[in-house]
Design a protein around this ligand. Sequence first.
Ligand SMILES: [Fe+2]
Length: 453
Amino acid sequence: MRITRRRVLVGGAALGALSLVGGCDDGGKAPADTGDTGGVPATPVRAAEPDAWVPDGTEDTEAFAWGVQVGDATPSGALVSFRTTEAAVSVVLVAADGDGWVEVDRVEGLTPDVEVVQLAFEGLAADTAYSVVAYAADGARRSPVTRFRTALPADGYRVVTFGATSCLRDNAPWPALSHAAAEKLDFFCLLGDTVYADAGDYEGSWVTALSTAGLRDVTASTSILATWDDHEVANNYSFDEPGIEEKFVAGLAAFRRALPQGRGPGGTGIWRKLAWGTVLEVFALDCRGERRDGNYISPEQMAWLKAELSASTARFKILLNSVPITDLSDIFGPAELDDRWEGHPDQRADILGHIRDNAIPGVLWISGDVHYAQIGRVDPAGGVGEDQWEVFVGPGGSTPNYLVEAYVGSEQYSMMFAKWNFARFTCDPGLGTIHVAYVGDDGAELATMTLSV
Ligand SMILES: [Fe+2]
């Protein structure tokens, strides 16, 4: 039944529903919630979770001011990282069990490495809610609780919902992220410029960011999948600059101490893939840390990306891309061209052509960096990426790029606005749709659009 339904929809319009503030035509609901399934059973949705776990002890907002971060959830595990001023701590992990929570692991005697503890949980159950908390040695004072969810099993099939944003410079405490936290998403993507550490205080920049309510809230609500952009090291840095290698090493180390993240198969280790059953694979790209020898990404990363996209059987392939790959020349002209895929036309054509020529279905580019929201096609009509879509997310905190509001749109772009936001992506493999909803600092939906990809 699902296959039949999918075939019907693939032949339909690429753009299902478009709505903006004041004209929301679908109530912002996910496709699976609309009841409009043409008589076909709706795609399964996530099982309900218990109410938030309330562990014993008292929350110590000074010793654990930065919360507990969980990253790179897989079907059987997740990585944990947190900062504390305590000399020794323990960690307790509980799993959802009916209407409550049951303890499944307890790690005692952890000693922070310069105030940071990192560990990995393995052997977890797939598509299951967990919560984790850290305790001081006295067993009485504790961190806030972080809830997360393991990924779907390899054959898992249901609606998957994740969030994403970028660029957290100004406007603290980043209220949109606190609204994202309330949704208990399956996972949340940070697309770079999460910190603006240009002055070189890498550790301090992350210490400030993680103790800011919006980021602390969202990292307490779900697992994080992060990549980076330039400001985690230095504004618009080049590896030709003297002294940049030392900054790069320090920036990368601080990034990894702050946000737990797995290591990919090569290069900086930032480019990596995470799977959520048959529904989607997320490809976190590193478009910043391998910009050497005239390349935008290393040949190794490019070969990996092309091979993995070709091999993927997931319904959706989500490409996390810190700076847009969209041809923005009619908006920005040649300004900072070298900072975008557009400044590296051979590699840009290589990956877009690979997706087009191999008719790889379900591809969606997601990017940040430019400080405004946009949904549009990667290229204007006739371009190699004319059938591919890109969604710009954020800024979550950086001052929006209000200049784009003066732009008179072209058919390439379906939506464009400058407001603080995170974006929610509701991926329905039965309908073959990704419903995108931008949520603003007041928690209201700013705009929605449903893409069939
Ligand atoms: Fe930025």
